[in-house]
Design a protein around this ligand. Structure first.
Ligand code: SIN
Length: 479
């Protein structure tokens, strides 16, 4: 397992020699140390990325695409080893970690296809003897800052399209989960990526972000994380007019209408809510269920949730792992206590459960009936395994409540009526809608939000477009 920074094709320590620990969130035991970099490390990484830009942007799209295919293959070959790394630093169940590795590989496959589709366009001329073209050029050096909840996939989702577009990268993973990112760096090097094209450093986030955004050579930043940090990055990017792609917080509604197939609604609710122990931006966070099916849905959902095995991610069959930190447990507890105090009925869960040899970070899957929109859990993203269920009378009330949030990342509807589905999918004010499913993530589809959930899209051709700067040329031909 590589525990150093990747700068200019070399594995290096922080310039100041500092390190910081990586801990297993289940036990709190430190099992690795990585460099704790600062300004000088950020600048070295940026020098390397800037130095490699001309070489990488001038490679043919076929060469770039072939490299991305090799990376995808290599990630799939290393899937079990990489899944172990993800689980060790993030805590998620090993089967989910394995899924994350394949999801990551899919971003490279998708970007490899998109690279081959990058093409200049000739624009019909309204004047004689003129050739007008639009040329897709790389935006330049890209900075990628990634979170801990999908430590491999979120970097893959930024790195693959940036490389496809002909950009070079500087990247900083979350300090809680740096090893998955460094393992991706290792794969890129093994696959023959030229030195300096991707540089990954670990260290102090604020200092690194500020160094990159103030420099002028970083031309785009792709960030996944909280809305508060997103706002700070917008401020920092203003001076150099850095292009931003921000995937921020979510507060997804899940609506179950009276004509829904209840079994698939329960299945979807469980799959979406408890993915990564509820620590997923697109997890349903507020449930709106029609009066007529409320009792049945609530009872079946609570039963299915109570049966999910809780334990360490490394234990086969576990579905609910530890939360990432004590602060995360505190927030979940706060939301549950507030809901209880405001009359919510805790049908299952509601507290942490002990797991032998581990910290008190395992929060049982929690279903809260008789929830109301005044509860904290309905006003703020919980980022944990908590499902508050609000009773609604009709479709209109469901949509109104669902849209009564400044966040707009994902939303879900369960209904059997095709007209209704079409109507609701259009009315929900969010970037992603799942109809009769919560399994919506796909490396070839546009992922991103509206409002406080940020802007920009990742995945497929939309993800590559974020890193393209179109150049218009207009050539007068001699008469
Ligand atoms: C996220 O939580 O931001 C990522 C979820 C996904 O890509 O499915």
């Amino acid at each position: 397992m590589e525990c150093r920074n990747l700068v200019g094709g070399e594995w290096v320590h922080a310039r100041c020699g500092g390190t910081s620990g990586v801990c297993d969130p289940a036990t709190g035991i430190e099992f690795a140390r990585v460099p704790c970099g600062g300004t000088n490390d950020a600048l070295s990484a940026l020098n390397a990325a800037h130095g490699a830009l001309d070489l990488w942007r001038s490679q043919s799209v076929q060469v770039r695409s072939a490299l991305l295919v090799r990376v995808a293959d290599s990630l799939r070959q290393r899937s079990h080893e990489l899944a172990q790394i993800i689980t060790s630093e993030n805590g998620k169940p090993i089967e989910e970690a394995l899924g994350e590795v394949h999801y990551s590989a899919d971003f490279f496959t998708s970007a490899a296809h998109e690279a081959l589709r990058l093409a200049s366009e000739t624009i019909a001329s309204n004047q004689p003897l003129r050739i007008r073209q639009a040329l897709p050029e790389p935006v330049g050096v890209v900075a990628a800052m990634t979170p801990w909840n999908f430590p491999l996939a979120m970097l893959a989702r930024k790195c693959a399209p940036a490389l496809a577009a002909g950009c070079t990268l500087v990247a900083k993973p979350s300090d809680l989960t740096p090893l998955s990112a460094l393992a991706l760096g290792e794969t890129l090097v093994q696959c023959g990526l030229p030195h300096g094209v991707v540089n990954i450093i670990t260290g102090t986030p604020g200092v690194i972000a500020e160094t990159w955004l103030r420099d002028g050579r970083v031309r785009a930043l792709s960030f996944t994380g909280s809305t508060a940090v997103g706002r700070r990055l917008i401020e920092l990017s203003a001076q150099q007019l850095v292009r931003l792609s921000l995937e921020l917080g979510g507060h997804a509604p899940l609506i179950v209408l009276e004509d829904a197939e209840i079994e698939s609604a329960v299945e979807g609710a469980v799959a979406g809510k408890f993915r990564a122990t509820g620590q997923t931006c697109i997890s349903p966070n507020r449930f709106f269920v029609a009066d007529r099916v409320y009792d049945e849905f609530v009872e079946r959902f609570a039963r299915a949730s109570s049966e999910l095995p809780v334990g360490r991610g490394v234990t086969p069959g576990v579905r609910i792992g530890p939360l990432i930190s004590d602060a995360a447990v505190h927030k979940v507890r706060l939301h549950v206590d507030d809901a209880r105090a405001r009359g919510g009925r805790i049908l299952t869960g509601g507290s942490t459960v002990p797991v032998s040899g581990c910290l008190d970070r395992f929060f049982a899957p929690t279903v809260i009936a008789d929830a109301t929109c005044e509860m904290l859990c309905c006003r703020e993203e919980t980022f944990g395994p908590v499902a508050p269920i609000v009773r609604v009378h009709d479709e209109m009330e469901a949509v109104t409540q669902a849209n009564a949030s400044p966040f707009g990342l994902a939303g879900y509807v369960f209904s059997a009526d095709p007209m209704r589905i079409e109507r609701m999918a259009r009315q929900l004010n969010c970037g992603i809608v799942g109809v009769n499913t919560t399994v919506v993530s796909d490396a070839s589809a546009p992922f991103g939000g509206r409002g406080w959930s940020g802007y920009g899209r990742e995945g497929g051709r939309w993800g590559v477009e974020e890193f393209i700067s179109w150049k218009y040329t207009c050539t007068a031909t001699p008469s």
